[in-house]
Design a protein. Sequence first.
Length: 139
Amino acid sequence: MKSYRKELFFNIPARRGFVNITPEIDLCITESNVAEGLVLVNAMHITASVFINDDESGLHSDYEVWLERLAPHEPLSQYKHNRTGEDNGDAHLKRQIMGREAVVAITEGRLDLGPWEQLFYGEFDGRRKKRVLVKIIGE
């Protein structure tokens, strides 16, 4: 069985943002030479996410509104976590909702996604360098 590991780095200039990382994952699969297997894509920071959904700007805008309604950034005093001097209590909750990772089948050397599915990196406390782990196993 083959094994491949790579870290992707992101520095989102805004506090929040979504990046379609499907092309980067496709490239990793090509580099791995795995034709049949699995790819794990994992946000390695507790205020970021990896998720699968549609690449549609209206949906991404809806995510912004929905997440802010569920876990508003302000007032900062509403989160006990922020008493440590942080200002990102909301980002931890948003990450929990959106998820830590995605696992996708690789079939015939390609991501085995549904017709509209794409992989995304979600950032909820940006403005600094963060990383995503790509781990591929298979034959």
